[in-house]
Ligand binder design. Structure first.
Ligand SMILES: *[C@@H]1O[C@H](CO)[C@@H](O)[C@H](O)[C@H]1NC(C)=O
Ligand SMILES: *[C@@H]1O[C@H](CO)[C@@H](O)[C@H](O)[C@H]1NC(C)=O
Length: 410
């Protein structure tokens, strides 16, 4: 409450005396956070009960930036992922931490893309003939006679940084039945939109750092597992992991503002050993939980991770919850084991599922029997926040999480 009063007062002064802000680059309150209508739509859609009443009681704000909200690839529910526009939208919606998935170009320059080889679905590369022909696997149209789908594989490592910067970011999608490239690069699902897909601005890792720093926000770069064989040219996996950290050191960013992530546990151990200031906030992403056996293994390994210096683990949020005999959503064995091992949990990815009227998707797989309307996402989030005790949640639409976090004072 106090912080809010100070904010209002100081913000009023800012327009008249902007130099007051010199040196205060880390102050979140500079951003006038706007959540838009979606959180209200979701709250309104909730089943009646105390949680709905509580969330309704917060309808008039105030809303502010929170480190509980991680902008997953920016705000890709509506904006082309990993573009400047997507990051700006995430900042506006109160994400305290914004993600760049880090991969590299042919000339070893770090860029933000979810995968080293997703340019054929996240950019317009296939309709730029001189770049399309450089793709690892150029476009092949669908063959309705043979029943084979359209395909292409275009990697950041196929092109130079200069070429990468000429591309337009678009919504991540493709049309498997396409008979030409123009048709192939469409296919955005109906719960997303192409409204902002007007040539999204692709970003290097350094440009991302400058942009997020200009908002005074925090960073979560993910070292994407390279698709090309490592070492690449003269570059080992360790040098790749190091180069990500080097960009923050060069930019003078405090390690306390950086949450480096990787699915490769060796990247996490590398940072813990060689860059301990960054390593202590490293996020060990966990996809072993995708199979029942992997889930058990992963749960059993949590004490070992903690012993090896890992502080934060991050599985998809389905792995953190389950149903009890009365069909109530409760923390899973994984959640309990992580807490017992003293590990913090960050999870992913909220607002990626579209409509929840049929039990949701992958992210709701263990609680599907009680998921039948969009408002149910807040029921799940409430268990994640209050009972599992997650530290933060990645979201494709940060506003929905920020609304909840601000309402609950997280
Ligand atoms: C691509 O295919 C679609 C659907 O068959 C067609 O409408 C469109 O004209 C084609 N575009 C080009 C550039 O050939
Ligand atoms: C689980 O752990 C066992 C024993 O270490 C191993 O043999 C098995 O391959 C693991 N399974 C998965 C899916 O990780």
């Amino acid at each position: 409450m106090r912080a809010t009063l100070v904010f209002t007062l100081t913000f009023g002064l800012t327009s008249a005396v902007p130099f007051l802000w010199n040196g205060e680059r880390q102050d979140h309150d500079r951003i006038n956070v706007q959540l838009g209508p979606r959180p209200y739509f979701v709250v309104n859609d909730m089943d009646e009960g105390p949680l709905k009443k509580k969330l309704q009681s917060c309808s008039e704000g105030p809303f502010h930036t929170t480190d509980f909200t991680f902008g997953h690839r920016g705000a890709p529910l509506q904006f082309p992922e990993h573009t400047e526009e997507s990051y700006r939208a995430a900042a506006r919606m109160g994400a305290g931490v914004i993600e760049c998935d880090v991969t590299f170009t042919k000339d070893k320059q770090l860029v933000c893309r979810h995968s080293q080889c997703d340019l054929h679905t996240t950019t317009n590369i296939l309709v730029i003939p001189e770049l399309a022909k450089k793709c690892t696997k150029p476009f092949v149209p669908a063959d309705p006679v043979k029943g084979t789908p359209a395909s292409a594989t275009c990697c950041t490592s196929d092109i130079t940084l200069a070429e990468f910067k000429t591309l337009c970011g678009k919504m991540d999608a493709s049309v498997p039945t396409a008979t030409n490239a123009t048709q192939y690069i469409g296919g955005t699902p109906p719960f997303r939109t192409d409204l902002y897909s007007t040539c999204g601005t692709l970003m290097t890792h350094k440009e991302y750092i400058r942009l997020i720093d200009s908002f005074g926000l925090k960073f979560t770069p993910e070292a994407k597992t390279p698709t090309v064989k490592m070492p690449y040219l003269d570059w080992t996996q360790e040098q790749f992991a190091q180069s990500i950290i080097d960009d923050y050191k060069t930019a003078g960013i405090s390690p306390s503002r950086v949450f480096p992530q990787s699915f490769l546990i060796d990247d996490i151990y590398y940072w813990i050993k060689h860059e301990p200031q960054f390593g202590k906030q490293a996020v060990a992403l966990d996809e072993q939980v995708d199979t029942p056996e992997g889930y058990r293994n992963s749960t059993a390994q949590l004490p070992m991770l903690a012993k090896n210096g890992v502080k934060i683990v991050a599985p998809a949020f389905f792995a953190l919850v389950k149903l009890d005999a009365q069909n109530r959503i409760i923390p899973s064995e994984y959640s309990i084991a992580a807490k017992k091992a003293g590990l913090d949990i960050i999870s992913w990815s909220f607002e990626r599922s579209g409509f929840l009227n049929h039990g949701g998707d992958y992210y709701y797989q263990y609680v599907a029997p009680v998921i039948n309307n969009d408002g149910d996402m807040y029921t799940v989030l409430d268990v994640l926040a209050k009972q599992v005790g997650i530290r933060a949640l990645f979201s494709d639409w940060p506003a929905t999480v920020t609304y909840y976090a601000n309402c609950m004072d997280l």
